[in-house]
Design a protein around this ligand. Structure first.
Ligand SMILES: Nc1nc2c(c(=O)[nH]1)N[C@H]1C(S)=C(S)[C@@H](COP(=O)(O)O)O[C@H]1N2
Ligand SMILES: [Mo]
Length: 363
């Protein structure tokens, strides 16, 4: 029996329940980044992961405006040209879905069934939000900034626009952008055309796509998409909000795969294991690799991050001898967070950062 099938369509799967057609339907719309794309500093646009809760709205960049209102001295209405005329910043940012890793939890929370590939690093171009909020003049009774997207749907039986808020302090961080370009091109429909919010360091749900309004509000916003992103043990647990990215390292699975199982085959000899690692709380301090299923660990070489908010490349030289292996990699950040080998479970399957495991056959 699923937990609360009426109240929580996204409850828990039975212990032996396979991925349903409904989950497959979500997975086919919201694709992950193929792990071989870890080869690129900047993920090519079509290989960046995608997560859209409802439909991709049809938008018109010519007539689009972003409204700034609520508890401000002067309401603003900014066209895409107005945003482009303002100071531009281009920044590499690693984005990851808070549900990444969900499908490997047991019992499995029913939702978009990510395994570990809901990540990508894009070069976003936009204009900083803070000067716009200053120009509008935040009133002293404003406590949060509420961001509303143009998409609309039902989730948890609540009909809603996609809405997320940030504290004023977070919204005023200099790296928070209103982005209109990705990797040097105008945003494509699926990534939020024509304007989206980019909040570096946070899980992806905060970076509202198809941004319509920015509203200064007098109370902390408690809408569905705030409640849905909390780490809780059970449905009634108030839980704690999901915010910054936990540390994670991923590797490009070495060798070549078998079609269906994707099991890896490697020729014996020196094999370079490469990957990327990131963390929102602090830059990555180190990456370790295990070739014996986690029994022992060795340090990988860590390269420079393309920006403070983007993943770092790492590599490790493996002298592969014939046999069966399980390769693992894990990251540590400068705030002292270490990636766990086994995942702690939570009700919505959020903020998972358990280590990747790659079975390899060396011949
Ligand atoms: N308007 C709107 N913004 C949204 C979403 C959405 O469904 N609607 N999904 C969020 C989630 S959960 C994630 S992980 C990121 C994904 O961004 P991407 O599809 O550009 O990779 O967008 C966020 N912004
Ligand atoms: Mo997400």
């Amino acid at each position: 029996m699923r937990v609360n099938p009426q109240e929580l369509p996204e409850g828990l799967a039975d212990p032996d329940e396979g991925i349903s057609v409904e989950e497959l339907q979500l997975a086919a719309r919201n694709h992950g980044m193929p792990l071989e794309a870890l080869a690129y500093d900047i993920t090519p646009v079509g290989m960046h992961y995608l997560l859209t809760h409802w439909d991709v709205p049809e938008t018109d960049a010519e007539t689009w405006t972003v409204g700034v209102d609520g508890l401000v001295d002067r309401s603003l209405s900014l066209s895409v040209d107005d945003l482009r005329a303002r100071p531009a910043v281009t920044m590499a940012v690693t984005m990851e879905c808070a549900g990444n890793g969900r499908a490997r939890l047991s019992p499995r929370p029913i939702s978009q069934p990510w395994i570990q590939e809901a990540v990508g690093t894009a070069e976003w171009t936009g204009t900083p939000l803070a000067p716009i909020l200053s120009e509008a003049g935040l009133r002293s009774d404003a406590v949060e900034i509420l961001f509303t997207g143009a998409d609309h749907g039902i989730q948890g039986e609540v009909e809603q626009d996609y809405q997320r808020s940030l504290s004023i302090e977070e919204a005023m961080r200099e790296e928070v952008l209103l982005a209109y370009a990705i990797n040097g091109q105008p945003l494509p429909p699926q990534h939020g055309s024509p304007v989206r919010l980019i909040v570096p360091g946070w899980y992806g749900m905060t970076s509202v796509k198809w941004l319509r309004t920015i509203e200064a509000v007098p109370e902390p916003f408690e809408g569905f998409q705030m409640d849905a992103y909390r780490i809780r043990d059970h449905a009634d647990d108030p839980g704690v909000p999901v915010t910054y990215l936990r540390p994670r390292a991923l590797m490009i699975p070495p060798g070549f795969p078998e079609f269906l199982s994707r099991r890896r085959h490697v020729d014996a000899g020196p094999t370079e294991i490469r990957g990327r690692a990131w963390s929102g709380a602090g830059p990555v301090a180190g990456v370790e690799v295990s070739i014996d299923g986690g029994a022992s660990w060795s340090d990988a070489d860590l390269g420079p991050q393309p920006s403070r908010w983007a993943w770092a490349p790492w590599s490790f030289l493996w002298q592969a001898a014939a046999g069966k292996y399980e390769l693992l990699c894990r990251a540590t950040d400068r705030a002292g967070n270490v990636q766990p080998v086994d995942q702690e479970w939570n009700f919505h399957g959020l903020q998972n950062n358990m280590t990747q495991r790659v079975p390899v056959l060396v011949r």
